[in-house]
Design a protein around this ligand. Structure first.
Ligand SMILES: Nc1ncnc2c1ncn2[C@@H]1O[C@H](COP(=O)(O)OP(=O)(O)OP(=O)(O)O)[C@@H](O)[C@H]1O
Length: 371
């Protein structure tokens, strides 16, 4: 088991800064996901950990050892790629044995390792086949088994499931997580798929433009994103600029382009002009135009578009003018945003229909970002 400490790391390619001031502490045995849009530096960070890309500045420790003079083969890491990178002329067995042979394991240890790994990645019946004779999912499992056969302290995964169809992706994703839990290796997993990151990880690292935006548990990242980028990248979000008007205990009245809203928050806003957000599933369709506790936000909207998603329905709403607005506040002039709602109860509502929606004040959160 191996920890990774990354301290103020920068990586430059010529004038281009691919990684900016990255600091990250990964405990041994943790499953960490690097999540972010294409080009944000995820693979570069993975390659610096593997030792394939040198640091421009900062330092890195693997298992407590400074990596400055540590070549890739001495880092206790193995990498599993999106492209599988299998040896087509070698059988599945010999692909799996590539690492153990390089490590000069005895014939008997190689045989034991092969049996163990083949059964872990469910390939025992495929050992004599060659990679071109396998399905995409089987090839992916060979790539995984080949990396596992080295028994690394740290497994580095670079979008390993992106070539698989949705169903297979779910099952291989589950297998990887099960293996990681059983064997206890540290996993650093690159993806741009937020659902994958939330489903697999102990810790999610959200990256943007070469820097880290937020580090947290899947629950924190989803429910307590710190800024608009994270809120929007990790799932759908309704985000509004908000001007704080008054506070009573943990209840805030804010002016938004939708009118005045109430926000119940134990965390104070970082500025008077900030942003609020809520998830599409945090609001509901309501028959009554009153708030029973005086703290819910109720507004009328027109359904612009309706999408059936199987277990839920998503609607795009055009909120109608709010009758209790403070017309003197600048934000009432802002362009009125559309709002997304996901709900079980919308199946019968039709596009064009006018509906009343409710957002409990406790479901709206402040982002730690000012404008
Ligand atoms: N060897 C290199 N020389 C110059 N620029 C590079 C090099 N490697 C990566 N980059 C640049 O660094 C940036 C980050 O690339 P990286 O591959 O780390 O992104 P990523 O987040 O993994 O993207 P993707 O999800 O598309 O794989 C990109 O703009 C890329 O063009």
């Amino acid at each position: 088991m191996t920890s990774v400490l990354i301290d103020s790391v920068n990586v430059r390619f010529g004038d281009f800064e691919a990684l900016r001031n990255i600091s990250l502490n990964i405990d041994s045995g943790t499953f960490v996901t690097l999540l972010g849009p294409s080009g944000c530096g995820k693979t570069t960070l993975l390659k610096t950990i593997a030792g394939f890309t040198p640091l421009s500045s900062g330092k890195m420790l693997i298992g407590g050892k400074e990596t400055h003079n540590l070549p890739p083969e001495k880092r206790d890491t193995a990498m599993c790629f999106q492209s599988y990178a299998l040896f087509p002329h070698l059988s599945v067995a010999n692909n799996l044995l590539f690492g153990p042979k390089q490590k000069k394991l005895s014939k008997q240890d190689q045989a034991t390792r092969l049996q163990d790994i083949a059964s872990q990645v469910s390939l025992t019946s495929q050992l004599d086949k060659f990679p071109p004779e396998l399905s995409g999912g089987q090839q992916q499992r060979v790539a995984l088994g080949r990396a596992l056969a080295i028994q690394p302290g740290i497994m580095l995964f670079d979008e390993p499931l992106s070539n698989l169809d949705a169903k297979l992706r779910d099952s291989v994703r589950f297998e990887i997580r099960q293996l990681q839990k059983q064997q206890g290796f540290t996993a650093i997993y690159v993806t741009h798929d937020q659902a994958e990151a939330l489903a697999m990880s102990d810790i999610v690292v959200v990256m943007n433009k070469g820097a880290i935006e937020q580090i947290g548990s899947p629950n924190d990242i989803y429910h307590r994103p710190i800024n608009r980028f994270v809120a929007d990248f990790v799932g759908a979000a309704n985000i509004l600029p908000a001007q704080v008007l008054e506070q009573h205990g943990n209840l805030y009245r804010v002016q938004t382009a939708l009118g005045q809203l109430q926000v119940q928050s134990d965390q104070a806003p970082i500025a008077k002009q900030t942003y609020i957000f809520w998830r599409p599933e945090d609001m509901c369709f309501d028959g009554a135009n009153t708030s029973p506790n005086g703290q819910d936000n109720i507004f009328e909207s027109r359904i612009i578009a309706k999408t059936f998603l199987g277990n839920i329905t998503e609607c795009l709403l055009d909120p109608l003018p709010h009758s209790h607005d403070d017309a003197n506040t600048a934000l009432t002039c802002d362009k009125k945003p559309s709002i997304r709602i996901q709900n079980l109860g919308f199946q019968r509502a039709e596009e064009g229909e006018q509906v009343i929606i409710r957002v409990p004040s406790s479901n709206i959160r402040f982002l730690a970002e000012a404008f």
